[in-house]
Design a protein around this ligand. Structure first.
Ligand code: AMP
Ligand code: MG
Length: 348
């Protein structure tokens, strides 16, 4: 299959979205930009499309897909009930980076939900995503457009690296501005439960809903439980090199990381560090990557997946990372970084 890559401009936008919509309606796959990361879209109501998505990603089919909609009117027919909580969250955070889990209606095939009786739904805020979903018939199932096990793609070029030859089309709408996947909240349990942290933070959810539980597996690798979002059990976002996070006071962290880097070099490993802008110069490594200014979770979120891909591209074998601030949106950054590191964290 030849993958058509279209760089969207004012002039070609309408025609490209129409063509992309036709591909989806015919059962094909199109990668498209959203504000979080690039999505790999197929018709959410067509079982064959869901199967194709799993194949293209190399993803196990027990891992459910998120159904993307473009307007609130699209919601009632794919869920058993639009609950009060769902209405409240939608009015506050949709369109935006929040995915809600609700009981599914018969209209949604089990292929899309990985065999579950619940369905994950999100309304993105990206204008290309919204117009594409409309053109595609209103229901686009889309996981992140990476091959399983690779970091989620934040640019069309990264999508092409993973998906060239596997899907019909890639819509290039520039860089995904947020850079991390949506927050996922399960509204089918009492109290509602956070399954994946993101830009809609725990605090924001609590203000809207009152008590909100947290899936215990989120911040620890050793809870002994299966994550509630099936996809969270896979070792996602992993760079090829070994990644270790070091947490503590700046001086101790710097000393520990530099010691580890020296050890790595002694055995001829290519080394890398992931640090704040301010401390980038403290380290002696073959490759240095900045997550942005200390405490800026937004900058870190935008850069993290690109950095992990660059580590692979540059063949870095040992990566030491400072521990970013985990408050607010930082919780999402920490969650992805911990997963990438296989929960390997050293406290100093
Ligand atoms: P991705 O689209 O790559 O961000 O992956 C979608 C995430 O949503 C995965 O972690 C899924 O396990 C999760 N998810 C989708 N549908 C459900 C559902 N019905 N219940 C729980 N988690 C879900
Ligand atoms: Mg993903």
């Amino acid at each position: 299959m030849v993958t058509k890559v279209i760089a969207l401009s004012k002039d070609n936008r309408a025609a490209a979205l129409k063509e992309a919509g036709k591909i989806i309606k015919a059962g094909g796959l199109v990668a498209f930009p959203t504000e979080t990361v690039y999505g790999l879209g197929g018709d959410a109501l067509n079982p064959a499309s869901a199967k194709k998505i799993y194949e293209a990603k190399g993803r196990p089919s027990d891992n459910p897909l998120i159904v993307h909609i473009a307007e609130m009117e699209a919601l009632p027919s794919i869920v058993e009930e639009v609950t009060e909580e769902a209405k409240r969250l939608a009015s506050l955070f949709w369109p935006g980076p929040l995915t809600m889990i609700l009981k599914k209606s018969a209209r949604v095939p089990y292929e899309t939900t990985g065999g579950l009786d619940t369905v994950a739904v999100r309304m993105p805020v990206h204008d290309v995503a919204l117009d594409f979903i409309e053109a595609a018939g209103g229901y686009v199932a889309a996981p992140s457009a990476n091959r399983s096990g690779r970091p989620s793609p934040t640019t069309a070029a990264y999508v092409a690296e993973d998906m060239e030859g596997r899907i019909e089309m890639i819509l290039d709408g520039g860089q995904a501005t947020l850079g991390l996947e949506s927050t996922i909240v399960d509204l089918t349990v009492e109290p509602p439960m956070l399954l994946r942290p993101g830009f809609v933070t725990m605090d924001m959810l609590s203000v809207a809903l009152g008590e909100v539980g947290v899936d215990e597996t989120l911040l620890r690798g050793d809870s002994g439980q299966a994550p509630k979002a099936p996809g969270m059990k896979y070792r996602h976002y992993a760079p090829k090199g070994e990644l270790i996070i070091v947490r503590g006071k700046t001086e101790a962290v710097t000393a520990c990381i530099n010691e580890r880097l020296r050890e790595g070099r002694r055995i001829n490993k290519k080394t890398g560090v992931i640090t704040s802008e301010e401390t980038l110069g403290y380290y002696d490594a073959d490759a240095r990557y900045s997550l942005g200014k200390k405490g800026s979770a937004k900058a870190a979120a935008e850069r993290l997946y690109r950095i992990l891909r660059e580590c692979d591209d540059e063949g870095v074998e040992l990566i030491l990372s400072e521990c970013p601030d985990g408050a607010g949106v930082g919780a999402a950054v920490m969650n992805r970084l911990l997963k990438a590191a296989g929960y390997h964290i050293i406290d100093v």
